[in-house]
Ligand binder design. Structure first.
Ligand code: 13P
Ligand code: SF4
Length: 326
């Protein structure tokens, strides 16, 4: 059987993986000081990784943290498009992603060449892209948005301006419903959020009749239909703190439940079931990062995010517009 050789950056990390320190938490803390690094983590990371972060947030919060970052090194515990966004905002800093294969099915669903053709076919449209896309798609966009600010950003655009919304059709539909605007949608989807089962959710609601259903807008419309509250991961976390209910059915990647449980230890959080009996409510890309890989990435200062400067500069403009409009 032919095995593809690991990429050079990862090969160097594999060579040292036998010499891991016993206390990885302490070793990472020591390296962080030594390197003047900051650790940024998304709520979908493994609990251990959330616990070593200096800042945990949703995509908007993480972009804002990256934009204001004073450290020399950013260790990004999330997926590739997130670390890439940090690099777009910080070209002179070393941005490390513990596993370069931590991609995103939604970002993959929008290839730049096909999107450029789509855009060219609608030259009068403004392009608003969800941050879950590659730097090349950002470079083809006028404004970036996240799940936390998509509705507000679309509401700030004059009513007669036609808009392309990419790449997530589910978030796009939700924004259309919230704003009353007609958006031209790219047909992309997140493999984690499209897998929740409406039938199983209805069954779960019957068993936990006092529970509120809280959902991420990347879910399909038939699932969102059952939600008492819809929001970004940060939005969901704020909601469970202010609600007086004691039980919540959580319809998003199950990593977010770690923070929910820490914030509200007496409340109960029930992960919504996927269609099959898999662990599909865990993002397989997010979960590629591990404590060991974080240590090795910091020790070896690789794998790092490297961007073409022309693409970076073009992607920076719509990012800056989003930050100014948020
Ligand atoms: P937010 O971070 O905006 O809640 O989005 C979740 C997500 O799918 C990130 O990949
Ligand atoms: Fe991408 Fe979905 Fe994973 Fe988020 S949860 S990183 S959108 S595949």
């Amino acid at each position: 059987m032919f095995l593809a050789p690991p990429k050079p950056s990862q090969a160097s990390n594999l060579q040292t993986s036998l010499d891991l320190p016993l206390d990885l938490f302490q070793a990472i803390a020591d390296l962080k000081k030594e390197m003047n690094a900051v650790i940024l983590a998304h709520y979908y990371q493994d609990p251990d990784l959330q616990d070593i972060a200096d800042y945990i947030g949703d995509s908007l919060g993480l972009s804002q943290a990256a934009a204001n970052c004073q450290a020399d090194v950013i260790v990004f515990l999330g997926v590739h498009f997130m670390a890439e966004t940090a690099k777009i905002l910080n070209p002179d800093k070393l941005v490390l992603l513990p596993d370069l294969d931590a991609g995103c099915s939604l970002a993959d669903s929008c290839p730049p060449d096909r999107f450029a053709e789509f855009k060219a076919a609608h030259p009068d449209h403004l392009v608003i892209s969800y941050i879950n896309c590659t730097a090349e798609i950002k470079a083809l966009s006028d404004i970036i948005c996240t799940s936390a600010n998509a509705v507000s950003i679309v509401n700030q655009i004059p009513a007669d301006q036609p808009i392309i919304f990419a790449p997530d059709r589910n978030l796009g539909r939700y924004v259309m419903q919230q704003t009353g605007r007609d958006l031209l949608l790219w047909d992309g989807v997140c493999m984690v959020h499209e897998i929740f089962s409406e039938r199983k959710l209805i069954d779960l609601k019957l068993i936990h009749s006092q529970a509120e259903v809280i959902a991420h807008p990347e879910c399909e419309a038939n699932v969102l239909h059952h939600a008492d509250f819809i929001g970004s991961t940060t939005g969901l976390l704020k909601y469970i703190q202010k609600s007086d209910r004691q039980e919540f059915i959580v319809v998003t990647e199950s990593g977010v439940i770690h923070q929910m449980q820490k914030m509200e230890p007496l409340k109960k959080f029930i992960p919504a079931p996927p269609t099959s009996n898999c662990a599909c409510n865990e993002c397989p890309y997010m979960r590629l990062n591990t404590l060991e890989k974080v240590y090795l990435a910091m020790k070896n200062r690789t794998p790092e995010i490297i961007l073409d400067e022309t693409i970076r500069q073009a992607a920076l403009k719509p990012m800056q517009r989003m930050l100014a409009m948020s």
